[in-house]
Design a protein around this ligand. Structure first.
Ligand code: SF4
Length: 419
């Protein structure tokens, strides 16, 4: 690392452990606590610093875990290095650390000015780089804690994005994934004088960058201009991750989502009119409070109709301090489990159908830096985020190559490399 510290694998003995936590669901909280305990157990002599969204939302719970040295408020992570260099002393008390970090989480919106101070130019173990261009969300989905924790939308300046992208490219990355909490809201705080379209236009001019991917975007933020840009670009991937959450209008309203099922499907139609075989992936939540069988069946129908290439299915779990947690009509865990299974089986079929449409075609793959663990084959992802397994030599790793697709399964396709 540029500051003179050495990053070590998680299994090696270390002097300092920094744990970045997530709080998007109560399961994330639990996993964060488990991970913290595990790190403390495995590194009894190390100093442990915890940061991230869970540290922001419930510092009190983290402080109770034996062995945690310091808790850093979200957005102040970039100061961790100075804090360590200063012998674990806060610089002019501006860093909220130690066991008196901050008041417990309140619903007051925060504006996180230093959200982008942490510039990352290398991602160990990843073939593609992630570039965070936006932070914060003000949609307030009724099940989500994020707007309370991350605050209002704040967008990274285009010059800073380009500067970071150039660093990533010079470190050998051919693909950059643009991330954010609410990516489509990029530029909202300046009245959209700049938008995600401007970011993509600028990025695609950078030499050496071969692929740009949007991580996730709200369906109602897909504009004709964005579809046109992607249709005319040979760098921006024809892959849209559009969280659906539910296919039922009553449930969407209770979730405070900003679209209905007809609007969702009509956007997919527009995308498919302009792009050849675009990849549409999604997130669906099952068992939201009030979801009856008939509502769930609307979700099943919409997923079938949408023909998603990939679907992440989340069982609803109540998140303290959110409106949904107080709603009546919570589903039984056994019912949520059964619905998840039913939806998994349907979306495995749509995913397979999508992959089968590439049999007999050549597709371009960015080859991962490690082989597939089960088969030992080379593994890579297409611009449409289809996982591809094929035989080849290690020198193809991190290269973009053409693969002829021969067969398909719900999770991946198999093919022959055309190098
Ligand atoms: S869009 Fe909804 S689910 Fe996503 S971060 Fe914002 S409030 Fe949470």
């Amino acid at each position: 690392m540029s500051s003179g510290y050495e990053e070590t694998p998680i299994s090696s003995p270390v002097d300092l452990c920094v744990i970045n936590t997530c709080t998007v669901t109560s399961t994330s909280d639990e996993k964060s606590r488990q991970q913290i305990r595990k790190v403390v157990r495995n590194n009894p002599d190390a100093t442990v610093i915890v940061t991230g969204c869970y540290a922001e939302s419930d510092a009190e719970a983290i402080k109770k875990i034996d062995g945690v040295g310091y808790v850093f408020e979200k957005g102040k992570e970039s100061r961790i290095i100075d804090f360590v260099k200063n012998g674990f002393l806060s610089d002019n008390n501006s860093v909220p650390v130690s066991s008196n970090i901050r008041e417990p989480h309140t619903k007051k919106l925060r504006r996180n000015e230093s959200a982008f101070n942490l510039k990352i130019s290398k991602f160990d173990g990843h073939t593609r780089a992630f570039l965070k261009i936006e932070d914060g969300c003000d949609i307030f989905c009724s099940y989500c804690i994020i707007p309370y924790v991350r605050g209002k939308v704040i967008s990274k300046k285009i010059d800073d994005i380009l500067f970071e992208a150039e660093h990533l490219i010079s470190n050998g990355y051919k693909e950059i994934v643009l991330t954010g909490i609410h990516l489509g809201a990029y530029g909202k705080e300046v009245g959209y004088q700049v938008s995600i379209i401007n970011v993509l236009e600028e990025l695609q001019t950078l030499p050496g960058l071969e692929r740009i991917r949007l991580s996730s975007i709200e369906v109602n933020e897909i504009t004709d201009g964005l579809i046109d840009l992607i249709a005319n670009s040979d760098k921006v991937c024809p892959h849209f991750h559009l969280p659906l959450q539910s296919g039922d209008n009553y449930i969407l309203k209770r979730m405070n989502r900003k679209y209905n099922s007809a609007q969702y499907l009509s956007t997919l139609e527009k995308i498919r009119e302009r792009l050849e075989l675009p990849s549409i992936s999604t997130d669906v939540m099952v068992g939201f409070p009030g979801e009856e069988r008939e509502h769930f069946e609307n979700t099943l129908r919409l997923c079938e109709q949408a023909g998603f290439s990939r679907t992440h299915i989340f069982p609803y779990s109540p998140r303290e301090d959110t409106p949904a947690a107080k709603m009546p009509g919570h589903c039984k865990p056994s019912e949520i489990k059964a619905r998840k299974k039913e939806l998994e089986s349907l979306t495995a079929e749509t995913s397979l159908r999508y992959k089968e449409s590439f049999i007999g075609r050549n597709i371009s793959i960015l080859v991962e830096g490690t082989r597939d663990r089960k088969t030992g084959k080379l593994c890579g992802y297409s611009d449409r985020y289809i996982k591809v397994l094929f035989d080849g030599t290690d020198d193809l790793m991190n290269e973009i190559v053409d693969v002829y697709v021969e067969s398909a399964l719900p999770q991946f396709v198999m093919g022959k490399c055309r190098v």
